[in-house]
Design a binder for this molecule. Structure first.
Ligand code: OAD
Length: 241
C-alpha cells in the first residue's frame, strides 16, 4: 500500500469521524445503520429539541453512554496512538467523536471538537463541565448547584464549536511551517462543518492530504489521496513505520 511519507521531521494533523469507531461497535450517524436514519437529529441533538423534551434527549444520550461504555478501541485507534508515540508534539488529533476511544487507546494530543459523551454541564449556571457516566433514563437530571437542567456536554446542531480548538489547530499548523505536513482524515462523511473544511485549511498550509473511508464521502475530491476501506484495517497498514 502506498503510504504518506512520515519522517521524524513531519507534522501530522488527523481528523477522525464516526467511521473510526464503527469497528468498535459504535453506530455511525449516516450510511447504512446510521443513527440519523432512524432518529430525527433536530429532536435529539439541538438546543430546540432539548428545550422541547429534555427527558427524550437524555434517554438518547444515556443509551449512547451505555453503548460506548461497553466498547473498546480497535486497531485503527491503536495505529493513531502509535503514531502519536512516534511523533510527539508533531502530532495532533482532532476528532468529531464523543466516545472517548482515542484517549482510551492512548492518544493524549486530542481535541474533542464535538464534546464528550461522558461529560455533562449545567444548561443554566456556569458550573464547569464535569465527568458524568450516569444513565438518566427516566428524567433529565438537575444541577445540584442551581437546580437548572443538566445537559450532555455535546456540540449540538446550531451551536458553535469551542474556539480554543481552532486556535490550537492554527497554532499547530503555524508550527508546521517549513516542515513536511500531512493531513489525514478517516471515517468521516465530510458533510458537517467546520470539521469538513479542515482539509482546505490544511491545504493552505501546504499539507499533503489523505482520506481513509469505507465509502467515497462528499468531499473526497478535495483530498490528494483516497484509500477506500475500513479504518481498522487500513490505518495500521497506512501508518506502519
Ligand atoms: P458520519 O456517520 O456522517 O460518517 C461516517 C463515515 O464513516 C461514512 O462516510 C462511512 O462510509 C464511513 N465508515 C463507516 N464505517 C467505516 C469504517 N469501518 N472505516 C472507515 N470508514 C467507515 O460521521 P461523521 O462524519 O463523524 O455530530 O459525522 C459528523 C457529525 O455528524 C458527528 O460528529 C455528529 C453527527 O451529527 C454531533 O453529534 C454533534
Amino acid at each position: 500500500m502506498k503510504q504518506p511519507a512520515i519522517g521524524a521531521d513531519t507534522f501530522v494533523l488527523v481528523l477522525t469521524g464516526a467511521g473510526v469507531s464503527a469497528e468498535s461497535g459504535i453506530p455511525t450517524f449516516r450510511g447504512s445503520g446510521g443513527l440519523w436514519n432512524d432518529h430525527r437529529f433536530e429532536e435529539l441533538a439541538s438546543p430546540e429539541g432539548f428545550a422541547r423534551d429534555p427527558a427524550l434527549v437524555w434517554r438518547f444520550y444515556s443509551w449512547r453512554r451505555s453503548v460506548a461504555a461497553g466498547c473498546a478501541p480497535n486497531p485503527g485507534h491503536a495505529a493513531l496512538a502509535a503514531l502519536e508515540q512516534r511523533l510527539g508534539d508533531h502530532f495532533l488529533l482532532a476528532t468529531q467523536n464523543v466516545d472517548g476511544l482515542h484517549r482510551a487507546a492512548g492518544n493524549t494530543r486530542v481535541l474533542e471538537l464535538h464534546g464528550n459523551l461522558f461529560t455533562s454541564r449545567c444548561s443554566r449556571c456556569d458550573r464547569p463541565p464535569f465527568e458524568d457516566r450516569a444513565l438518566h433514563e427516566a428524567r433529565a437530571p438537575a444541577c445540584d448547584r442551581c437546580g437548572g437542567l443538566l445537559r450532555p456536554h455535546i456540540v449540538w446542531f446550531g451551536e458553535a464549536l469551542d474556539p480554543s480548538h481552532f486556535e490550537a489547530i492554527e497554532a499547530f499548523l503555524e508550527r508546521a511551517r517549513a516542515h513536511p505536513l500531512v493531513f489525514l482524515a478517516a471515517g468521516t462523511s465530510g458533510v458537517v462543518y467546520p470539521a469538513a473544511g479542515l482539509v482546505d485549511v490544511a491545504r493552505r498550509f501546504g499539507a499533503e492530504t489523505w482520506l481513509v473511508n469505507a465509502d467515497p464521502p462528499d468531499n473526497a475530491h478535495r483530498f490528494q489521496h483516497f484509500v477506500q476501506g475500513r479504518s481498522g484495517e487500513v490505518l495500521p497498514a497506512l501508518l506502519a513505520p
